[in-house]
Design a protein around this ligand. Structure first.
Ligand code: C6P
Length: 416
């Protein structure tokens, strides 16, 4: 065997140590132990490139946008609108006017639910699933209360996949909206959203996909999906908090009334009445989160420079290693065993309360999330008070997975 081929075969597919170096927060001790950050599903960390982009935005060009009065204002506007174009390209949307800034996934769903009220009448149905996050349940319940429509959940199979027979049987002439998560934050299941949207379209149903847990792991293509709305939060995509995205089809966005009133979203204001701005500004009242938009743009640029398919292979390797280690912890059960999952593992251990698992792991420097994970109907379905959840990102290592399981073994031995 020649040395060139050895070098080629031993070359890591995805250089996780190199990317870890991009995330300063990861190289710290917590409770006297090296931090093992496995709470990426709640919020991921930011690379240096995002921190620097926001820092230089505030140091060098901060001003309000779209006022056009001076040089700093023009620079800020260019950076802000440039970030919108980066999101448009990230989602493969046809036009930047389809990208609306919101505070996050939650606000984006509320905006759509508010905007679709006029399209619903009593007896209409809004299809969701039993695996939705509260952010994709409560706004629709509020809409149903206002309009007399009904929220109907699609059932799950025992392993935590959507029951497609249940979906098919629930789709009817009464269905007006399908609001479905791309990836479950509890089960990790990747839902067959393309197939679901195609079926919904055949019934004339408006479709919204909650991409909060999908975008950190793969890049959605809204044009190929043909969904009407796609929403996500920047803080799970290695960007800042306080900003998120609503993608929408132009004709639906045009038909929706404004969400909030104020500056920026108007064309002309008089006491006789107000006319509204064009898309996307019609939905962006008040001074926007400019530095945060710049930070999100930098996160998208950072990801574009990574080999995303190698990253997916590495992430799948983390989940595979975790699955291999489950039998090493007596009494441990994984919640959600779908065939198609992102690297996320919710679990329970007999004799231990999830919040105790979280506290004991934290003492060993390991961060996971515990509780109902903002998915109470799903907890009720599984008869659980809550779960513990380890959610991985591309900067996590196989060693960290092993540390998690070594810690769980210890906790189980001492406390279960
Ligand atoms: N889930 C979790 O730990 P916001 O808070 O608006 O950025 O995202 C809400 C949201 C919506 N949909 C899904 C599928 C989500 O996972 C989340 C956020 C976090 O699972 C915090 S509760």
């Amino acid at each position: 065997m020649n040395t060139a081929s050895v070098a080629q075969t031993t070359q890591p597919l995805f250089d996780v140590q190199a990317v870890r170096g991009d995330f300063p927060i990861l190289s710290q001790q917590v409770n006297g132990k090296p931090l093992v950050y496995l709470d990426n599903g709640a919020s991921s960390q930011r690379p240096e490139a995002v921190l620097q982009a926001m820092d230089s935005y505030y140091r060098e060009m901060h001003s309000n946008v779209h006022r056009g009065a001076h040089t700093l204002g023009d620079r800020a506007t260019d950076a802000f609108e440039g970030a919108r174009i980066k999101v448009q390209q990230f989602l493969n949307a046809a036009s930047a006017q389809q990208i609306i800034w919101t505070r996050g996934t939650t606000e984006a769903i509320n905006l759509v639910a508010h905007g679709l009220a006029a399209q619903l009448k009593p007896g209409d149905e809004i299809l969701l699933s039993q695996m939705e996050h509260h952010a994709n349940i409560v706004p629709w319940q509020m809409l149903a209360e206002r309009t007399g429509a009904k929220v109907v959940p699609i059932e799950l199979t025992p392993n935590g996949e959507l029951d497609m027979e249940s979906y098919d049987s629930l789709l009817s002439e009464r269905t007006r909206i399908l609001a479905i998560t791309h990836v479950s934050n509890v089960l990790g299941t990747i839902n067959p959203v393309a197939e679901m949207v195609a079926k919904a379209k055949a019934h004339g149903v408006i479709t919204l996909i909650d991409g909060a847990q999908a975008v950190p792991h793969f890049q959605p293509d809204v044009t190929a999906l043909d969904c009407d709305f796609y929403v996500f939060s920047a803080h799970k995509l290695f960007g800042p908090t306080g900003i998120g995205v609503l993608y929408g089809k132009v004709e639906l966005l045009e038909a929706m009334p404004p969400w909030q009133g104020g500056g920026e979203m108007i064309e002309k204001v008089s006491f006789a009445g107000t006319t509204y701005n064009t898309l996307p500004y019609k939905f962006e009242a008040g001074t926007p989160a400019i530095g945060e938009a710049v930070g999100l743009g930098a996160a998208i640029d950072y990801l574009a420079n990574l080999d995303r398919s190698a990253m997916e292979v590495a992430e799948n390797g983390l989940l595979q290693r975790a699955n291999e280690l489950v039998p090493s912890v007596p009494g441990m059960t994984v919640i959600g065993t779908a065939a198609n999952k992102v690297p996320l593992m919710s679990f329970k251990i007999d004799g231990l309360h999830p919040s105790d698992i979280g506290t004991l792991l934290d003492q060993q420097g390991i961060a996971v999330r515990t509780g109902h994970l903002c998915a109470m109907p799903l907890m009720e379905l599984y008869g659980l008070p809550g779960t513990a959840r380890a959610s991985f990102a591309f900067y996590n290592t196989q060693e960290e997975v092993e540390q998690l399981f070594a810690a769980l073994q210890k906790i189980q031995r001492l406390f279960a």
